[in-house]
Design a protein. Structure first.
Length: 317
């Protein structure tokens, strides 16, 4: 029996596994990410794949943090494996920690929920009014530009790190726009870009090879000064319904290098919105803060009938 509490952030699902998972070995969260495929991958598939999930499902396992200064340790997962960062998930975890009483939160004011994730330590600053969560601000790990104008698959992309490595380009470079009607060719283009950058030296993390490699491809439309609409296609053709938290961090690193100093209004393909700013500049990169909101969608008890011929499920895409 596997228990979960489910949220969505800007339309993107986030399934928080709260019970029924064996201990994942490792001294740190990043170590546990490496060990998760050998210990809990059957549970990831059970909860993420059809018929209990779908090809665009997302969630996490809660694990011990790296030190007592953090409230949570988190392993993020999707249909193809385990990611190093997740901004929309961190926003959902902040709301979850306050809703479930895992942290002491004043009914009016802000409360920090600190989480250790594979890419480092992140914070969800939860704002409450009248005892209700009204907004959550995700404070990211240091984010920085890796490379500019890298040619791949007939286009050029900019590469930046926001807890994971992202390739970014305007959708207009493909004659497309960030709209549901263009989603199929955008997914195909993202797969081509990601495949073309496999093993590329510009995608290497400068400090830890476990954080290297393109995780997602961000297509964006310019809607006005400081206002963009984007869709992030990550893993193998998985589509983020939110404006993508760690992707927004990567975009802020690029924009900051270009001289942008305001608030990025970042819209998603479904019309949801994040607000992103650079809170400070550190020797390792800029520190983005991204505001959004998460909403609980349900509580679940999942099980696997031993006679079920579909077992832990399947994906059609």
């Amino acid at each position: 029996m596997i228990s979960t509490v489910d949220y969505h952030t800007g339309g993107e699902p986030f399934r928080i596994v709260t019970g029924g998972v064996p201990q994942i070995p490792g001294a740190t969260v990043l170590d546990r990410r490496s060990n998760a495929p050998a210990t809990v991958d059957h549970i990831r598939r059970l909860l993420c794949h059809e018929p209990r999930g779908h090809a665009d499902m997302y969630g996490c396992f809660l694990v011990p943090p790296d030190s007592p200064e953090a409230h949570l340790g988190v392993l993020f997962w999707h249909k193809d494996g385990y990611s190093t960062a997740c901004g929309h998930g961190t926003i959902a975890l902040g709301a979850y920690a306050v809703h479930e009483g895992l942290v002491d939160a004043a009914p009016d004011g802000e409360t920090d929920v600190v989480a250790d994730v594979p890419s480092g330590r992140v914070t969800a600053r939860v704002r409450c009014a009248g005892g209700k969560v009204t907004a959550v601000t995700f404070r990211s790990v240091p984010s920085f530009v890796l490379a500019r104008g890298v040619p791949v698959a007939g286009v050029t992309v900019d590469l930046a790190y926001g807890g994971a490595v992202y390739a970014g380009l305007p959708a207009s470079a493909l004659g497309l726009t960030v709209a549901p009607s263009d989603l199929v060719p955008l997914i195909a283009a993202a797969r081509a870009v990601k495949a073309g950058l496999a093993g590329h030296p510009a995608t290497e993390h400068p400090a830890d090879p476990r954080l290297s490699g393109v995780y997602g491809v961000i297509f964006y439309d310019e809607l006005g000064p400081g206002h963009q609409r984007n869709v992030t296609v990550f893993a193998d053709g998985e589509v983020d319904r939110s404006p993508c938290g760690s992707g927004t961090a990567a975009r802020l690193a690029l924009l900051h290098e270009d001289g942008f100093r305001g608030t990025l209004v970042h819209d998603s393909i479904v019309g949801s919105r994040f607000l992103g700013t650079v809170a400070e500049v550190s020797p390792e990169g800029v520190i983005p803060e991204i505001e959004g909101m998460a909403y609980r969608t349900g509580r679940h008890q999942f099980e696997l009938d031993p006679d079920d011929p579909l077992g832990t499920g399947f994906t059609l895409r």
